[in-house]
Design a protein around this ligand. Structure first.
Ligand SMILES: Cc1ncc(COP(=O)(O)O)c(C=O)c1O
Length: 496
């Protein structure tokens, strides 16, 4: 019977049965009236007619064709990683009816959570104070860059310092944030070990130090590497009056072990969704925190949450502030989840989580490095990059032309096995970046490495198989250029 197939996705209009419906409205007790002119009214609405249960079943079936953080055998995505979102922190319904513009008197509990969380995060990062206003990591970076700009302006150097240095390993949001704040971006090169090239950085600063506003460095970097020279790096920048922003999106590897403030960092951010349990699907909503050293505190956004006479207040009395960066003090419910996560984990639990994240990162990286060459030698932190070099020798015939196989083809084969695709082509164009996080089991990492190895071996025997992967997903291999320029967003059964 139509619609009863366990796996086949059937267009809703084919499942439609005359008269079926999911709701029944009471009959009108007053004469029907509408302000719309008659010509805009229609007698019928040709939507599929389904019972509520049929509709729910069909949409559930569709949802199961997605790979998800809970559905993938391992969630190997690096950089914009999804960490484990414990169900225990997700119940925030009790706060859902608070209105963002509710007066202070009636939102003391909410303000207290934000106040406490800001203090906890400041303590973990070694900041004098911070803000939870930013709604995401990139937004926190932008907030930090605005603060740096305001700081230089306050010293009469705003017009002279127009360049922000960013290592080539950086996440794309770093240059985007700097550019949005009106800065010119200059790349600071990495050395062969994947760390910032201190010699090259010193040279840049010797040449144009007094025109540089800041360095935006990520610690540990998107190469999965901790830069042990960080104190020398911050010193070079400070010697020339520049500021150092640290992108702390990868802080999951350092929680309760390293404080950015101790490294000479002036301003930094955390992604609460990459470090403190907050879910982020489909690009949001996450939550950000920007923390500042003492000299940058006056520039933090307003309102700031302060405590006075045992009450929590939203204070605007900060004349040097960059102003408000979020209309509703950030993503409050995400902040509540992060707060619950931190309190449930406790200080020891947080320290254990960062230890396990690094241990798992290295274990997985070592396993994968036996299959594909690692991008850099030595240990990694939370994530690691391996290269697709062995695939580059494999070629297939595509539309009459020889096509070289790459990492993109490899991850398509992994989606056949139910894996969410790892990060590919970033931050190295020929690399696969994977981060198991503190919640991946050894068995899951072993299985992932086994599956990757089999895919590489199979591809070597049969490059065509890899080039046409995935074979078992609902939607197969898309033509990249065609699907980009002429995307088809409506359902087409059997490709017709
Ligand atoms: C290193 C790094 N910086 C910045 C970001 C941007 O964070 P968001 O996606 O919350 O804007 C990410 C993303 O996860 C990241 O990995």
């Amino acid at each position: 019977m139509a619609g009863n197939s366990a796996h086949e996705i059937i267009p809703l209009n084919e499942l439609s049965r005359e008269g079926a419906g999911g709701y029944r409205l009471p009959s009108l007790e007053v004469p029907f009236q509408t302000p719309l002119p008659q010509k805009y009214l229609r007698a019928d609405l040709p939507l599929p007619q389904l019972t509520e249960h049929d509709a729910v079943r069909e949409f559930m079936k569709r949802s199961h064709t997605n790979t998800s953080v809970d559905g993938s055998p391992l969630f190997p995505l690096g950089s914009c990683t999804m960490i484990y979102n414990p169900a225990a922190i997700r119940d925030v319904a009790v706060f859902a009816n608070l209105h963002p513009l509710q007066p202070e008197q009636t939102s003391q509990g909410a303000l207290r959570i934000l106040f406490d969380l800001e203090r906890i995060l400041s303590e973990l990062g070694g900041a004098a104070a911070g803000t939870l206003q930013p709604a995401a990591g990139a937004h926190s970076e932008l907030t930090a860059v605005f603060m740096i700009a305001a700081y230089h302006a306050s010293r009469g150097e705003g017009d002279q310092r127009k360049t922000v240095l960013i290592p080539d390993s950086a996440h794309g949001t770093n240059p985007a944030s700097a550019a949005m704040a009106g800065y010119n971006v200059q790349t600071a090169p990495s050395n062969k070990s994947g760390r910032l090239d201190l010699e090259a950085l010193t040279k840049i600063m010797e040449e144009k130090g007094n025109t540089v506003a800041a360095l935006m460095i990520t610690q540990p970097s998107t190469f999965g590497i901790y830069d042990e020279q960080i104190k020398d790096i911050t010193k070079v920048m400070h010697d020339y009056g520049a500021q150092v922003f640290c992108d702390g999106a990868n802080f999951a590897a350092l929680v309760n072990r390293v404080k950015f403030g101790d490294l000479g960092i002036d301003v930094f951010h955390f992604n609460l969704h990459k470090t403190f349990g907050v879910p982020h699907g489909g690009g949001g909503p996450g939550a950000g925190y920007t923390g500042a050293a003492k000299h940058l505190v006056p520039f933090l956004p307003t309102p700031r949450i302060e405590s006075s006479m045992e009450r929590f207040v939203l204070s605007f009395d900060h004349p040097q502030s960059i102003g408000t960066v979020s209309s509703a003090y950030g993503n409050f419910l995400a902040d509540v989840m992060a707060d619950k996560y931190i309190l449930l984990m406790g200080s020891d639990g947080l320290m254990e989580s960062s230890g396990v994240a690094v241990e798992a990162g290295n274990y997985q990286h070592q396993l994968l490095s036996k299959i594909l060459p690692p991008a850099f030698g030595g240990v990694v932190m939370h994530e690691g990059i391996v290269l697709d070099t062995p695939l580059r020798g494999l070629k297939v015939n595509s539309d009459g032309r020889a096509k070289q196989l790459t990492v993109i083809d490899l991850v398509k084969a992994l989606t056949d096995l139910g894996y969410y695709a790892p990060t590919v082509g970033f931050p190295l164009h020929d690399g696969i970046l994977t981060e198991p996080t503190h919640s991946a089991s050894k068995a899951a990492m072993d299985a992932f490495a086994r599956d990757l190895k089999e895919a590489v071996e199979h591809a070597t025997q049969d490059p065509e198989w890899l080039a046409t992967s995935p074979h078992s997903t609902l939607v197969g291999r898309l033509k990249e250029a065609e699907s980009d320029r002429n995307p088809v967003f409506t359902w087409v059964k059997n490709g017709k």
